[in-house]
Design a protein around this ligand. Structure first.
Ligand code: PLP
Length: 406
């Protein structure tokens, strides 16, 4: 028997550490984002020992009230409003529905919105027989067309809704200009409120500027490192709104339902972090996005940046690169990209997960042969150089394969 120490003894094979799989590349941050560790940490106590219902009157309840009050103050500080103007909701969809309908029963008059709004706005406007205003070729609301619609409607306007930034193309609207038009149209208070869906914008734009232009602002936590199912409707002081969800009278009677305390704390934590890091994050992510967009435009023939004119990306959110690619079927492209560990999307995703044809691109007048090959690549705070490198390899290869399939 050979002892272990003798010459000729075989040392057992030490398995080499398995390479760490860096995981798929997430280029779909506009759909949702990972909950940040700081946010999870802030939420955890309210899912554990501090589980009180703020509607109660004992110690646990008072603890929950304090948490919600503090969160409301933090959200208000980021938005530049007073805490009483922040109404917590179940997220962007509810906030949008509430803002457009004006609550129960719906606000009198005709709601007006732009043609590229998220369905959470557009579908409510259409259900209330409202008016939809055209956008220009880059997807911004056509302000002259808005003036014409407002003139036609006269006093019969219940709300005007124009999103701060679009969820597909990332295009940012000139809200100050829109506010000017709406206020000139109805100088007397009470007037039809201006609502803005800032669900996509909130991770990138200064919300104090957005909220200064609007009377109603929709926000959602899961687009900025917070949990799903929580958001807010900011209702500026002078704006009249009936509740949409009736019941226990929470949120000072403006939105009933037991408060989602952990979600509210998570939302406020995420929004606060985003606001403090905004300048640094925007610069870093925009540089990644520019490298990605420039690389793809150089490598893929027949690719155009959908909302960008003459290479000027200043009016597009830093995280979004939206391309339309000739002779490509978006669904097949996404399938091949996923096989290559790149997660992206074509338009916004609907509940079935299927890619819907885009009402946004149609409103912008993008030809069907181009919009059929739409690709939304959305980066976030945790995007890296490696993500861009992988995408720059995978996307041109996938486009070639789609075209080879015919
Ligand atoms: N508005 C915009 C612009 C969005 O992008 C989304 C989500 O994709 C929503 C509203 C809906 O928000 P939530 O998912 O919080 O209901």
């Amino acid at each position: 028997m050979i002892s272990k120490d003798e010459p000729g003894a075989r040392t057992p094979d030490v398995a080499a550490p398995a390479p760490v799989d860096p995981g798929p590349v997430d280029l779909d941050h506009a759909a949702t984002t990972r909950v940040r560790p700081e946010v999870l940490e802030a939420m955890a106590p309210y899912l554990g020992d501090r589980y009180g219902n703020p509607s109660g009157s004992h110690r646990l309840a008072r603890d929950a009230v304090r948490a919600v009050d503090e969160a409301r103050e933090r959200v208000a500080a980021v938005v530049g409003c007073v805490p009483g103007e922040v109404v917590f909701t179940s997220g962007g969809t509810e906030s949008d529905n509430h803002a457009i309908s004006g609550g129960m029963p719906p606000r009198a008059g005709t709601p007006v919105c732009s043609a590229v709004e998220h369905h959470a706005v557009l579908d409510v406007v259409e259900a209330l027989d409202g008016r939809v205003v055209d956008v220009d070729a880059s997807g911004r609301i056509d302000v002259e067309a808005l003036v014409r619609v407002l003139d036609e409607l006269g006093d019969d306007v219940s709300v005007v809704s124009v999103m701060a930034a679009n969820n597909e193309t990332g295009v940012v609207n000139d809200l100050d200009r829109v506010a000017e038009v709406v206020r000139a149209h109805q100088p007397d208070v009470p007037r039809a409120p201006l609502h803005t869906d800032a669900v996509q914008a909130a991770a990138w734009l200064d919300l104090r500027v957005v909220a200064a232009a609007a009377d109603l602002v929709s926000l959602s936590a899961h687009k900025l490192g917070g949990p799903k199912g929580i958001g807010a409707l900011v209702v500026r002081g002078h704006t009249q709104l009936r509740p949409l969800v009736l019941g226990g009278g929470q949120e000072r009677g403006r939105r009933s339902g037991t408060s989602n305390v952990a979600g509210i704390v998570g939302f406020a934590t995420a929004l606060d972090l985003v606001a403090h890091e905004r300048d640094e994050t925007n610069a870093r992510v925009a540089a990644l996005r520019d490298r990605l967009a420039d690389g793809l435009l150089a490598a893929v023939d027949g690719a155009v940046e959908t909302a960008v004119r003459d290479g000027d990306r200043s009016a597009v959110l830093p995280g979004i690169c939206h391309l339309c690619i000739e002779r490509v079927d978006a669904e097949t492209l996404l399938f091949l990209l996923e096989a290559d560990a790149v997660m992206a999307s074509a338009a916004s995703s609907c509940s079935s997960g299927a890619q819907q044809s885009s009402h946004v691109l149609a409103a912008m007048g993008v030809a069907p042969e181009l919009s059929g090959g739409s690709l939304r690549l959305s980066l976030g705070r945790d995007s890296t150089d490696r993500d861009v490198d992988v995408a720059l390899e995978a996307i041109p290869r996938a486009v070639e394969r789609v075209r080879a399939f015919g």
